[in-house]
Write a protein that binds this ligand. Sequence first.
Ligand code: PLP
Length: 352
Amino acid sequence: MSWLISYEAPATPPPALDWERLPFGRIFSQHIALAYFQNGKWDEARLQPFQDFRLHPATHALHYGQALFEGMKAYQRPDGTRFVFRLEDHARRLNLSAARLSMPPIPLDLFETLLRELLLKESYLFPPTLKQAIYIRPFYFATDPYVGVRTSESYLFAIFLSPVGPYYTQPVAAYVETEYSRAAPGGTGNVKMAGNYATALISNARAQAADCQVTLWLDACEKRWVEEFSTMNVFFVWKDGRVTTPSLERGTILAGVTRDTILALLQAAGHPTEARDISIQEVIEGITSGTLVEVFGTGTAATVIPITALHYQGKRYELSAAQPTIAEKARAAYYSLLAGETTLQPDWIWKI
Ligand SMILES: *Cc1c(COP(=O)(O)O)cnc(C)c1O
């Protein structure tokens, strides 16, 4: 099936970009790609200049929260190869999120067509080195102008781009949240819906007061099992070389594509890895006794980021990073995959 796309060009030429000083998430593409679901089908797709939306005040998503997003990256290699990393895995997760929120699936070929057209028109955004990337933000929300809680019948799916540098420019310490919870079994912890982030924000002030940059969430029922950060998955490295990340089985953790990539890279490099339940008790005792040597976070935006300390129940537990660290090795392996120096799965690289 081919998707008819109407096109309107932006009025101004592309801006010049200062690649070495790119802020994260503040510069936007000149185009936005849009697709409308109405009358039971995807019936219009277009590429147009990036501009404000006009929304009906009763827009369903603003009241009842049928809203979700994805985040992925496009890169350019020194040889000029341009690609999106693990596009199909992100598209699959987008549709898992959609199914959980009673929203219609987005056909893969619609997604691919919109994204390819957008990236072709925005070719000036491809950065000169792998230190920078094009952050791709697909998002999807309910647009019925109706006051009443029911599944919306109309939706807007959109994609814009943002050229980005590093997400974190300073060391990151984590605040372990012991009062609020992010996700409960049977809830939406494993889907990328907007509401998950809204409910997590309340922890930010406490994290800041404890001189931490991110929150580490525990399970909702017992506040005993470590789950993940607000926008990243978590990994633990033990003195004996094992690398552990919480298991996805409870359905309360977002199945990060970067998490999966890092697990595969560590396994390929011969590191023993395990996905299992891990208690905050085990973590704290590990840091205190020296058997837990590293904690790091993974996500598309930050890639791999070492955690320098955990703040738990009023105490700060510093991680004394040994050299060279597994986080650094994992990060290097990730970038070597992006650079095309190594290959794990050829279909992870979606060339443009
Ligand atoms: C997006 C996200 C991640 C990281 O997922 P990636 O696919 O690796 O980018 C982890 N946890 C949460 C809650 C997220 O929203």
